[in-house]
Design a protein around this ligand. Structure first.
Ligand SMILES: [Zn+2]
Length: 204
């Protein structure tokens, strides 16, 4: 027998996903907007604008152990975002090991694992390391964010990074400071690396 699914938003039973059709249409989608790009990242694709109820769901996912959101968000990403056909590697924005210990999990990593499993693209958990513990970005403006994350990542010297197309997964794109710093770090090791980023939401 099929397991019953209940809508995460209205709690009504629904067919297969954890979101009913009606609630799906009422969410703040951004897929109709042009995708973003930066000097470091070829394309940044996001599902939603970072507003209610999505901002609250992301908070629950990140800080309140609502890990059932892993399936919901990863399924929506797979359904609505595009993986460039040349993608060879999936990674998640890493947490510093102290923060990972406090929180117990890395929400971006949970998404990346699901997406890799579904697409059968290789997932490399240890390719990039966050060796500098950074302050929370919430109260910072764009240039402070950039300074805060500067040189916070490094590439694991034990893993060879060849010229390839990498998909990076993160939860929210705000100023882009973290994702750009990660992309910059990857490109320092392999100049011609192509980078696509997926996030659940982006600040509008
Ligand atoms: Zn619903």
């Amino acid at each position: 027998m099929l397991e019953p699914h209940f809508c995460f938003r209205c709690n009504r039973p629904c067919l297969k996903q954890d979101l009913c059709k009606k609630c799906t249409t009422q969410l703040p989608w951004v897929t109709h907007l042009p995708t973003l790009k930066t000097a470091e990242i070829n394309e940044i694709q996001s599902l939603f604008s970072h507003e209610e109820p999505i901002s609250n769901w992301i908070h629950q996912f990140k800080y309140r152990n609502h890990l059932q959101l892993t399936s919901l968000f990863s399924e929506l990403m797979l359904e609505h975002l595009n993986i460039p056909p040349s993608t060879e590697q999936i990674i998640a924005i890493p947490l510093h090991k102290k923060r990972l210990k406090e929180r117990g999990y890395n929400q971006a990593e949970l998404l990346a694992k699901k997406i890799a499993k579904h697409t059968k693209i290789s997932y490399q958990p240890d390719l990039m390391i966050r060796h500098k513990k950074t302050d929370s970005q919430i109260q910072l403006n764009a240039s402070q964010r950039q300074k805060n994350v500067k040189n916070c990542f490094r590439i694991n010297p034990e893993i060879e990074l060849s010229k390839q197309h990498i998909l990076i997964i993160d939860d929210v794109y705000t100023s882009g400071a973290t994702l750009n710093e990660a992309a910059k770090t990857l490109k320092k090791s392999a100049l011609e690396t192509q980078i696509t980023a997926w996030t659940i939401a982006r600040a509008s």
